[in-house]
Design a protein around this ligand. Structure first.
Ligand code: SF4
Ligand code: SF4
Length: 540
């Protein structure tokens, strides 16, 4: 078992997705949803729905992005890229803890920059051809995200990333993916070579700047200016919930049952202050306008709190979900009031079915989600949100509406914290785990593969980064990524793990014992393996 995930080769992505859709009308186990509405714009460009997946665990691998698209997402904020990459990040796993609210200790992509670039290009091409093949409303946008300081962003690695995302046509991975589609063109009913050759290589026109808590305002402004002036991107900066001040944050959390969430004033002292933010925002709006580009803000970053009860490892974890909504919507209010509603806001703090319509109706658009997708239902929650997108979204923020929305939260019991259910103490997982599909749904990486017809599911080692989310959600108290019967793609994956499971048709481990004869396994597991090898996620 390793926390290093690997991307799926493009050809497998293509063939597996087409076959799955043909058989079950799903993509990566998510029913394909198409919205009835369309005609929205984000950053001046058309988009079928102003809704999508926030930069995070759901936008890291190509299959995650495909699953989000299947569920109705049309905005994809790709996971942040920075000069430190891959294992250098030293993320301690598990890194996600979900209760009523959620916490994480992850930050930028766990992949190297070339691997991340590859995943984003593969996903982008897949979305174009899937939309055409399945006849879906297909205007989608990829928004890249970079961090965390100017020196890193100007480095050759990040510069190559920024340039490739603006135009990928000269990259090897773009050429290889296009060739693979053309080589397999006979698999499609609605996609032809002309369509494939005309897919625009402009992956992204919008970048969100992510900075560390405590980053000086001058540095933030310099980076945003560089991204606008030198790189020619529409640029959004991600703002912190600390902008509304310690007293307001403490009050909002305390009055909704989150008094035990612990933090001191240090982040508020070090983060950018409201006056500095407003001055900077006004200068950057004008700068972007002069370049015929759009400047906006992303609300908000997660909120740093103390780790008190070993939820995760370390001293600080980052809060999201319902309580973050209370903070983020109040940041939207103060920034909108100060800019007469003209500041474009992309919103992602605790959006769910209870508030999406209200937020978009205020003119705050697009909205993106991460925490909701970690919870029961997983990516399918996007389809529920999609049905709540209003037909008309104002083209600037309606300050009165937004102010009323903030006021209404005082009496809205929805935001009162609910206690998490106690899990039953069960220590042994049944071999094939016939109990439910929760860990299939809630895995961002699609690492728990359902075998619907025999009501089982298999864990796929190479997709899993041991984020820990499935362990928070399993209603029977198991740790799915350790306990479930596991498919290993390579011998070294098999040998580096203690999970019971199998390496293709070559090696098996059951109750810790390794052998090469399938017949030594219980009948039920033999059936599961044979079924997976017939129709599962095999890679060439
Ligand atoms: S299987 Fe569990 S631990 Fe692994 S990536 Fe999925 S949710 Fe995270
Ligand atoms: S491991 Fe838990 S969540 Fe996954 S199928 Fe079994 S009972 Fe359900």
């Amino acid at each position: 078992m390793s926390d290093l995930m690997r991307g799926i080769p493009f050809k497998n992505l293509l063939i597996n997705t087409l076959n799955e859709y043909k058989n079950t009308k799903t993509c990566y186990y998510v029913p394909v949803f198409d919205s009835k509405q369309s005609g929205y714009t984000v950053a001046g460009k058309p988009v079928s729905l102003p809704l999508g997946a926030a930069a995070g665990p759901h936008t890291q691998l190509a299959q995650n992005i495909i699953a989000g698209f299947a569920a109705g997402a049309r905005i994809f904020e790709l996971k942040t890229v920075q000069i430190m990459e891959g294992e250098e990040l030293g993320i301690i796993k598990p890194c996600i803890y979900v209760s009523d609210e959620a916490y994480n200790t992850e930050w930028s992509t766990e992949l190297t920059i070339p691997q991340a670039t590859e995943e984003y290009i593969k996903a982008y091409i897949m979305l174009h051809i899937l939309a055409k093949e399945f006849n879906l409303k297909s205007d989608f946008q990829f928004h890249i995200s970079v961090g965390y300081d100017l020196a890193g962003i100007k480095s050759a690695k990040i510069d190559t990333f920024l340039n490739t995302m603006k135009d990928a046509s000269n990259s090897d991975i773009w050429k290889a993916c296009i060739k693979t589609v053309l080589d397999n063109i006979s698999l499609f009913e609605n996609v032809n070579a002309e369509f494939v050759n005309n897919i625009s290589p402009k992956i992204s026109e919008l970048v969100t700047l992510s900075t560390m808590h405590g980053c000086p305002p001058e540095e933030i402004e310099k980076i945003a200016t560089y991204l606008i002036n030198e790189k020619g991107y529409n640029t959004y900066i991600k703002c912190n919930p600390t902008l509304i001040g310690y007293d307001k944050v403490r009050y909002l959390l305390d009055s909704n049952g989150y008094s035990d969430i612990s933090f001191d004033t240090s982040h508020f002292e070090h983060d950018m202050k409201l006056d500095d933010a407003l001055n900077m925002i006004n200068r950057l709006i004008n700068n972007a306008k002069a370049k015929n580009l759009i400047f906006g803000v992303k609300l908000t970053n997660t909120f740093p709190v103390d780790i008190k009860n070993s939820e995760l490892t370390g001293e600080t974890m980052y809060m999201s979900g319902k309580p973050l909504f209370l903070l983020a919507i109040n940041v939207a209010k103060v920034l909108s009031e100060a800019t007469d509603g003209t500041l474009p806001i992309s919103f992602s703090g605790g959006i769910d079915t209870h508030n999406i319509n209200d937020v978009l109706s205020c003119g705050i658009s697009p909205v993106t989600v991460a925490t909701l997708l970690l919870k029961s239902g997983g990516y399918k929650n996007l389809s529920k949100l999609a049905q709540l997108v209003p037909e008309n979204i104002p083209d600037k923020v309606d300050i009165n509406k937004l102010s009323n929305l903030c006021d209404s939260l005082t009496n809205d019991t929805y935001y009162q914290r609910k206690q998490a259910k106690q899990k039953p103490a069960i220590s042994t997982l049944p071999d094939a785990c016939f109990k439910c599909k929760t860990c299939v749904d809630v895995c961002p990486n699609r690492a728990n593969f359902p075998l619907e017809d025999i009501k089982a599911c298999i864990h796929i080692d190479s997709y899993c980064n041991e984020c820990g989310n499935c362990a928070c959600l399993c209603p029977f108290g198991y740790v799915p990524y350790r306990d479930k019967f596991t498919y290993f793609e390579t011998l070294s994956d098999f040998e580096n793990s203690n999970n019971d499971g199998f390496l293709n048709n070559e090696k098996y481990r059951y109750k810790g014992e390794v052998f090469e004869d399938l017949n030594k396994l219980p009948d039920e597991l033999q059936k599961v393996i044979l079924r997976f090898m017939q129709g599962g996620e095999k890679h060439e």
